[in-house]
Design a protein around this ligand. Structure first.
Ligand SMILES: [Mg+2]
Ligand SMILES: [Zn+2]
Length: 197
């Protein structure tokens, strides 16, 4: 596990149910709706100089529900809406694989489908990040697990699938979040005290 201590900490964020409304398989830019406090959360990271990195599973590619071109248009719409509020993501990492659905190269036992930590590890190598001082935020236990497997802290948000997972299913989880937050803004507040501490 690469855990370089020379790098910067970052805050990683899941997309669906964390940055934007959970819509199932999101297959068109017109269905992109930022959650209410997402722009303020990202702007807070931008102002603090902490890299804001999106890390998302998009198995809809492997399942052939939408194309990579559509995926890029959707992610561009997320960035456009953030830009309207003066906020920006520093990097976006996407797993387009599924272990059993579709056809190669998308059907693959990859190392980047959360709960595996590959997206975070790739970002750390690209951006010289210190994962042990970083935080992964998401609405599913697989987000928390990916963060913790990478050596980072994992924060569960109660938006998206988060509230149902936390209230009804957490007894089944193999992992425990380092923190539980109402939404991305509260999660970023917690993360900023951690990464600057
Ligand atoms: Mg999610
Ligand atoms: Zn993958």
């Amino acid at each position: 596990m690469p855990q370089g201590s020379s790098g910067r900490p970052a805050v990683f964020m899941d997309r669906d149910g964390c940055l934007i409304e959970e819509m199932g398989y999101l297959n068109h830019p017109s269905r992109v709706h930022l959650l209410p406090r997402t722009p303020a959360a990202i702007a807070h990271l931008n102002q603090a100089g902490v890299p804001a990195v999106m890390a998302t599973n998009q198995a809809g590619i492997a399942r052939d529900y939408f194309s990579e071109e559509t995926l890029h248009a959707i992610n561009a719409e997320v960035e456009r809406q953030l830009g309207d509020h003066g906020a920006h993501l520093d990097a976006l990492y996407v797993c387009v694989h599924h272990p059993t659905a579709g056809h190669p190269p998308y059907r693959a036992a990859c190392d980047c489908r959360k709960p595996k930590p590959g997206l975070l590890i790739r970002a750390a190598a690209d951006m010289n990040l210190d994962l042990t001082r970083s935080v992964m935020i998401g609405d599913k236990p697989s987000d928390i697990a990916a963060g913790q497997a990478a050596g980072a802290a994992g924060v569960l948000v109660l938006t998206g699938y988060g509230r149902g997972e936390w209230e009804y299913r957490r007894h089944e989880w193999a992992i425990k979040p380092d923190h539980v937050a109402a939404d991305l803004f509260d999660a970023v507040e917690w993360a900023l005290t951690r990464v600057s501490g």
